[in-house]
Write a protein that binds this ligand. Structure first.
Ligand code: ATP
Ligand code: MG
Length: 411
């Protein structure tokens, strides 16, 4: 039976198929194997996916850009509706359209799919977690897949890593993506790859809802939003600006909330209370220009630049008239202090689950876009000083592994 694997990511998605010769990712947008998980819903006409959608938004076309859609799966937002033009669409519908557009890229009808899933869609909420998976499964059936099953994203990455190995080893897979960080401790090797049941090879497996979109939020709140009034004094220093407008603006899947009539009315009222009204004027300019996502993209660009440069300039002026501050790598790393502790705890937990000491791990396989952050590589080098660090296709290893898993399960 023809089968495929889909890695529906918070930031990027891929589609893979495998045959006797191995797995490959299919082109999803022109020749690109990744499709940014973005939907632009124009005032009229069909929704645009991926880069096409992002470009339509950046060119100023009227409509709604939606990103970070996967994060709605683990939240109440999934069943909420959002206004696009004259219609109300539910996030569930948006997600279905996005996944259907991926399915449409299959060269021939395929009835079985293995979807990737994070170890936990949400933290400490087994019912919510099961609900997120079942909504995703329902959507997959709705768009035409008859057989739908799941594999953990880091296990899929392990299968991809394993396909290149010539001898057995104990590997710690660390997948730090846009929305979640997932870690698995797995025994891999060419002989083990042929076994039908791999449960015994998975020594540890856990994850947290923390990823690059959170690092964007923290950087935005630290470096960008104070220029738009975040944390600013009101009433001559007697109070501070309410935080929630800023939290919405800094959170990819909540950005559209700032365009509501209510927010506009509130901000205009707060303008009379804030000590520096020009800060709110910048926020109002940003809303007026529909630059909420453009700001998030600019913050993300600076975050990524800081992976190779010590400092980068955040271009706020074109979006809202604020100055263009220089952001240093230490600032990002300072903002990430609490997440780094959570990641260290997660890794320690997975090693403990497997009853494994750090020096028994031979390789740390890093994957996911956020694993490119130098501070994360340093953390892993500190925690597992004897292990070799390796990486493959940061944005493609999960999709490739899911294709291998689909071949194993469905042929
Ligand atoms: N060089 C870099 N430095 C830091 N972060 C980066 C870099 N390149 C990409 N990223 C971040 O990686 C994230 C996307 O990674 P990826 O595509 O692996 O996530 P995803 O698979 O869509 O998400 P998830 O698996 O969590 O659902 C984004 O937050 C992006 O900003
Ligand atoms: Mg991922």
């Amino acid at each position: 039976m023809a089968s495929c694997g889909i890695d529906f990511g918070t930031s990027n998605s891929t589609l893979g198929m495998a045959d006797a010769d191995g797995a490959r990712l299919l082109p999803l947008e022109e020749n690109e194997a990744t499709l940014p998980s973005a939907v632009f819903w124009a005032e009229d006409g069909p929704p645009l996916m991926g880069r096409a959608g992002i470009n339509a938004y950046l060119e100023g076309e009227e409509g709604r850009l939606m990103r970070g859609l996967k994060s709605t799966l683990g939240s109440g937002l999934i069943s909420e509706r959002t206004r696009v033009g004259t219609r109300n669409v539910s996030f569930r519908e948006v997600l279905a359209r996005f996944l259907a557009s991926i399915r449409a890229r299959l060269p021939a009808p395929v009835s079985a799919v293995v979807l990737g899933r994070p170890v936990h869609f949400i933290d400490d909420d087994p019912a919510g977690d099961a609900q997120a998976e079942s909504v995703l499964a329902e959507i997959a059936r709705e768009i035409g897949f008859e057989q739908v099953s799941f594999q953990f994203e880091p296990i899929a990455a392990a299968l991809d890593y394993e396909s290149r190995l010539t001898r057995e080893e104990l590997v710690l897979i660390v997948d730090i993506g846009g929305g979640t960080s997932d870690v698995s401790l797995v025994r891999v090797g060419p002989d083990r790859a042929r076994l039908a049941d791999r449960a015994g090879d998975i020594l540890g497996n856990d994850g947290i809802r923390l990823g690059g979109t959170d690092f964007d939020r923290l950087l935005s709140l630290t470096a960008a939003l104070p220029h738009l009034g975040f944390g600013a004094a009101t009433k001559g220093g007697a109070g501070t600006m309410p935080r929630h407008y800023y939290l919405d603006l800094a959170t990819w899947h909540r950005i559209n909330v700032i365009y509501s009539r209510q927010t506009l009315t509130d901000l205009k009222a707060l303008r009379h209370e804030i000590d520096q009204p020009e800060l709110i004027d910048r926020f109002l300019r940003l809303i007026d220009g529909h630059h909420g996502h453009a700001l998030a993209m600019e913050v993300e660009r600076v975050k990524i630049a800081l992976s190779h440069d010590e400092a980068a300039r955040l271009m706020l002026s074109p979006l809202c008239g604020a100055p263009n501050p220089v952001v240093r790598r230490e600032m990002l790393e300072g903002a990430m202090a609490a997440p780094l502790t959570r990641l260290a705890d997660l890794i320690a937990r997975v090693l403990a689950q497997g009853g494994v000491k750090p020096d028994q791990v031979q390789t740390v396989f890093l994957t996911g876009g956020s694993s490119r952050l130098p501070v994360l590589q340093q953390l892993l080098a500190q925690m597992l000083p004897g292990a070799r660090q390796d990486r493959g296709d940061d944005l493609g290893s999960v999709g490739t592994g899911l294709a291998l898993e689909a071949r194993r399960r469905f042929g």
